[in-house]
Design a protein around this ligand. Structure first.
Ligand code: CA
Length: 632
């Protein structure tokens, strides 16, 4: 940006010829703090996971719009590789190159005009050793870029910096060890020249954290734990506060609170925001957590951008018992609420409520169910604390049938916010109640999954995944549940007395949906079938469009204001779709999606082996390349 401004000054002062513009204008723009602050403003490049620091996934591009989106055709495709897990990556585009990541953290760069491979890098993960530590599918959601480097979160706990031009390793840092039950699946983000990354795996005995690494050296700049370690030795004030909310015995076996998906950044306030996962094991009963909040699980936390110090937190689910990770995407916007301009942070939580908070101080503004909810009767109007339905509690004697289940009303599939329509486009799963019951013979197993529940009704049990088009696995938890369900317990569980499901609040339409939600009025504006909380990601554009992928391989476009279906392409990838993204190069707007599951070494969330090898597909107006034919 500084270079551009200097050039502009030269042109204005010295009257340089247009030729100089052209020559200098083709120099790659360096990705620095200023570039990331302005990321997404033109929509030409896609420099960070959620397109911009507020993670809106709103592109100002409008070459593709409601009048011509039906002319979208394939421009090129790239074979991502053998795979062996779901595709969840959002590719980045910089300097005419597309960068993306697939299963086992294999990373590649292709020419964004043609799909021709520039380089490919395999971190050579010890798959046999790491696989048992992967709760929820061998997945990675994305990369980060800064100062000519690509940052790769390797699923086994390494963070790598690659030369963006060549794919050569520049440095390697160790975030965590998979032997300690940590994995890395989220996309890193860069703030103040530091790479931010959190850890996955709250179904294992782990202590969640997020950490920052110097982008030039890989040296750790700071680390923020989300739950206490030794309660008698809190590291700082934030941990002192948290320690008072835990039973002394419980944190010795982990605690959870992993940071595995969202990060957003407000450069003006210099605040970093992220969400935290569930407590472990799941039942509050097994953590002696009745009446205890267990800070900071199931929360949104704000840290100071320059130091990583605690600023505020907001806990969605105090003393969680239902695996309501609150890590889902966080979107920042300035909204006019009751006549006042508010700087807000928004989340469509796994627990079924859509939250609007003041992002400067973490104060609750509003929250309403965007899906059917039975675990709570609503949120307290003043504080936003859940009014938990007593029948949603469970223990060793009593199961509870609850909505949403562990896969969530919304999971990792990205939503998007269009400032013109004022609507949030949420991939949602509605219905599919999950039966929770505490394992009567529970014993902590070091180094293994410790859910602490029995699956009294495996058919109801795949975590709210019910409904058409929601077959894609990959939720942080449902797959863990599926894995646990697939592993018979050593002794048969005692029969439990099933409680009836408590009365539900929220929209009734069941199945997988794309929901257009007005965050100001907290009301649904329109809804269409299809999508789902995993594998149903969206992007919205100034062309009055919303693109959504469906887990069965469809790419659809709707008008953003009314939800009219304008396009449907069967990509024939059929399973495991990453979210769509868009960019512009040489005057052409493109839409890209990475999908397909692959055959070998499917993750625990992978289900049966699929013959559909993963691909990166890029579409353009009047594109004429041929899609692969459908396979069984
Ligand atoms: Ca979880």
């Amino acid at each position: 940006m500084r270079v551009q401004r200097t050039i502009l000054r030269l042109v204005l002062v010295g009257g340089l010829a247009g030729a100089v513009w052209t020559t200098l204008g083709q120099q790659p723009r360096k990705v620095d703090d200023a570039a990331l602050r302005n990321a997404g403003k033109t929509g030409e490049e896609w420099l960070t996971y959620g397109l911009n620091p507020g993670e809106t996934r709103y592109s100002p591009l409008n070459q593709i719009n409601t009048s011509n989106v039906n002319r979208l055709g394939l421009a090129w495709s790239y074979d991502v590789g053998q795979g062996g897990g779901t595709q969840e990556s959002t590719p980045l585009v910089w300097n005419g190159t597309m960068y993306s990541i697939t299963n086992w953290s294999i990373t590649f760069a292709v020419d964004a005009r043609t799909g021709k491979e520039k380089w490919r890098w395999d971190p050579e993960v010890n798959r046999a050793a790491v696989q048992p530590k992967v709760c929820c599918g061998v997945v990675n959601r994305g990369l980060a870029i800064y100062d000519g480097k690509i940052f790769v979160p390797v699923i086994d706990g390494r963070l790598e910096a690659l030369d963006a031009a060549t794919g050569k390793v520049l440095w390697e840092s160790r975030v965590a060890f998979s032997q300690d039950n940590y994995t890395l699946t989220m996309a890193p983000r860069v703030v103040h020249g530091r790479v931010l990354i959190g850890v996955s795996g709250a179904e294992y005995p782990v202590r969640g954290f997020i950490a920052a690494y110097d982008a030039n050296t890989g040296r750790q700049a700071w680390k923020f734990y989300t739950v206490p370690g030794d309660l008698s030795k809190p590291e700082d004030e934030a941990m002192r506060k948290a320690a008072a909310t835990w039973d002394p015995a419980s944190t010795k076996v982990g605690g959870g609170g992993t940071v595995w998906d969202s990060i957003a950044y407000d450069p003006d306030a210099d605040l970093i925001y992220f969400g935290t996962g569930n407590a472990g094991p799941w039942p509050a009963e097994l953590r002696n957590a009745r009446g205890k909040d267990n800070l900071y699980v199931c929360s949104v936390i704000a840290l100071k951008g320059d130091t990583g110090e605690y600023k505020w937190h907001y806990q969605m689910v105090p003393g969680d018992s239902w695996d309501y990770d609150s890590v889902q995407q966080l979107i920042l916007a300035d909204l006019n609420i009751k006549g006042q301009q508010r700087k807000v942070i928004m989340q469509a939580n796994k627990n079924g409520f859509f939250y609007v908070l003041d992002r400067l101080n973490g104060k609750f503004i509003s929250g309403q169910p965007f899906a059917q909810v039975t675990w709570a009767k609503g949120l307290d109007e003043a504080t936003g604390k859940p009014i938990v339905n007593p029948e949603a509690y469970y223990d060793k004697e009593n199961a509870a049938l609850v909505l949403p289940g562990p896969n969530g009303a919304h999971n990792w599939a990205p939503m998007s916010f269009n400032p013109t329509t004022g609507l949030m486009y949420i991939p949602n799963s509605n219905g599919g109640a999950f039966s929770y019951a505490t394992a009567p013979d529970y014993q902590h197993k070091p180094g293994e999954l410790n859910l602490g529940i029995v699956f009294t009704n495996p058919n109801a049990g795949r975590g709210g995944r019910g409904g058409a088009g929601t077959a894609a696995p990959g939720g942080e938890v449902a797959t863990a549940a599926a894995r646990a369900a697939a592993t018979p317990p050593p002794t048969p569980p005692k029969p439990v007395n099933r409680k009836p499901a408590p009365p539900a609040i929220g929209p009734e339409a069941s199945g997988a949906n794309l929901v257009a939600w007005d965050p100001v009025t907290q009301k649904e504006r329109w809804r269409v079938r299809g999508g789902g909380s995993t594998g149903g990601g969206t992007v919205t554009t100034a062309g009055n469009l919303v693109f959504q992928v469906l887990p069965d391989g469809l790419l659809r476009a709707y008008s953003a204001d009314k939800g009219e279906k304008l396009l449907e392409i069967q990509t024939n990838l059929r399973t495991a779709m990453g979210p769509p993204m868009t960019f512009m190069l040489d005057g052409k707007q493109y839409v890209t999606v990475q999908g397909g599951q692959g055959a070998a070494g499917s993750g625990f969330g992978g289900g049966s082996a699929s013959p559909i090898l993963p691909k990166l597909l890029t579409f353009v107006l009047d594109g004429t390349a041929r899609l692969d034919p459908a396979k069984p």
